[in-house]
Write a protein that binds this ligand. Structure first.
Ligand SMILES: *Cc1c(COP(=O)(O)O)cnc(C)c1O
Length: 445
């Protein structure tokens, strides 16, 4: 065995060439640790990596990645990791284990708070991720072999909507909704005929990039006529939706709402399913427990409750700042010479901004170049992308920089630094220093 002869094992011989190259690099750095393995050595190495990551990413980086956030001080204080190792199974009053009564309040308070925020009667908060929440919805509403209709990936359809992800696990047939590029939404004219011929049980909207609201009421009408249910995945929009901004998916007609709790919502990692329909609530909740989750992780529910209460308290001010920051950042990027999506509609109605960087080598290359200078974000497909074309876009979310206290002037400066790097081909070294200075002087978290 390679473990015994001291060389580091090949942990994923099936991974892509790029992944294998990076894994081999990391494994080479770990060779000494592996050769003289000790608990102490591993603890020190792991702590060192976390410390260095926090310095580079949290303290000196500017995080524009849309799928993350920084938890508030109070939420961080409430996050008690060790309690997650205290399995707690079943509803309060019928726990499999004894001695957990003090934690019952987490399971009663958290869903009530989250449901109130998103305007739902019921919220299931025990899922460990939105992917698992989506799988629970598929489990509750479909049988293997059924069809679901989802947004194409270039229009922000997420892996957990597509055959490579959770629907594949459930054995579902996945078809792509017709999409209207100009409307940034489902093609309403083509939808009725499409649903008649494909006959999906479930239609999934809500995307990883959402600049403008879906026309939910119009979509719902057609989906209902076709006898299907409508799921709105608000993973990215949850912080806005919870604040009563952007759109109210359940009020506007979605049957179910799922979302991640750690993106714009700003809480710990986790997933939520919310609905007004008691029968759907029962079926999806049963799919979460006992279906897909045993221990729900009590350590996660405490910061989730605190985060939800903070959103309630704040009255939408944070969400409004995120949207305002996205609009002014988008116009600053356009003034710098970038091709920013949605220019004819004020760029965005959410905290997302999308930049088309196909002419600059594509999203992945631009992402890597920005990361060298301490600006972190991701590539994304754009609706006008051709089949098989690599991701054209950069996706930006303002939810973290707003929490960090970056103001309009800071963001204009960041837009200029991004232009230096990507449009004027400046050396990343000095840009990185300028980025760290902006971050260090920011007034927030
Ligand atoms: C990020 C994302 C998810 C997955 O969330 P996890 O909690 O990380 O599983 C699901 N759906 C959409 C649309 C997303 O953008």
């Amino acid at each position: 065995m390679s473990q015994q002869d001291g060389t580091f094992p090949d942990i994923a011989p099936w991974a892509s060439p790029a992944a294998r190259t990076r894994i081999a690099e990391v494994a080479a750095d770990l060779a000494d640790l592996w050769g003289g393995l000790s608990a102490d050595g591993v603890a020190r190495t792991v702590e060192g990596a976390l410390r260095e990551h926090a310095r580079q990413f949290d303290d000196e980086g500017i995080v524009l990645y849309a799928g993350t956030n920084a938890m508030s001080g109070a939420a961080r204080r409430a996050a008690e990791a060790p309690v997650g190792g205290r399995p707690s199974m079943g509803w309060p009053g019928e726990k499999y284990q004894a001695g957990l009564d003090r934690l019952d309040l987490l399971e009663v308070l958290t869903p009530a708070l989250v449901a109130r925020l998103v305007g739902a009667r019921f919220a299931e908060v025990r899922s460990h991720s939105a992917t698992m929440a989506n799988l629970a919805v598929y489990t509750a509403l479909t049988e293997p072999g059924d069809t679901i209709a989802v947004l194409p990936e270039r229009a922000g359809g997420h892996t957990s909507h597509h055959a490579a992800g959770a629907p594949g696990v459930r054995g579902l047939r996945v078809v792509e909704l017709p999409y209207d590029v100009d409307a940034y939404d489902v093609d309403l004219d083509a939808l009725p005929g499409f649903l008649r011929s494909e006959r999906p049980r479930l239609v999934v909207i809500g995307a990883s990039l959402l600049l403008f609201p879906h026309r939910i009421a119009a979509i719902k009408e057609v989906v209902s006529e076709a006898g299907a249910s409508l799921l709105y995945d608000a993973s990215h929009m949850a912080g806005l939706v919870a604040a009563g901004r952007f759109q109210r998916p359940l009020t506007e007609g979605a049957d179910l709402l799922t979302f991640s709790t750690y993106k714009s919502f700003g809480g710990p990692p986790g997933g939520v399913i919310a609905t007004d329909d008691a029968a759907l609530a029962e079926r999806t909740s049963d799919a979460v427990f006992p279906g897909l989750t045993a221990n729900y992780d009590a350590g996660r529910l405490a910061p989730l409750a605190v985060t939800a209460a903070e959103i309630l308290d704040d009255g939408g001010a944070y969400a409004d700042r995120c949207v305002a920051a996205a609009r002014s950042f988008a116009s600053a990027l356009a003034e710098e010479g970038f091709t920013v999506a949605g220019a004819d509609r004020g760029f965005t109605d959410s905290h997302h901004v999308a930049v088309d960087v196909a002419a600059l080598g594509g999203g992945r290359a631009a992402m890597a170049r920005l990361a060298e200078a301490g600006v972190y974000l991701s590539a994304i497909g754009l609706p006008w992308q051709r089949d098989g074309e690599p991701d054209r876009g950069l996706r930006i979310g303002t939810q973290e920089v707003v929490r960090r206290g970056l103001g309009d002037a800071d963001l204009r400066r960041v837009a200029a630094l991004m232009a230096d790097l990507l449009l004027r081909d400046t050396d990343p070294g000095p840009v990185r220093e300028a980025v760290a200075r902006i971050r260090r002087s920011s007034a927030g978290l």
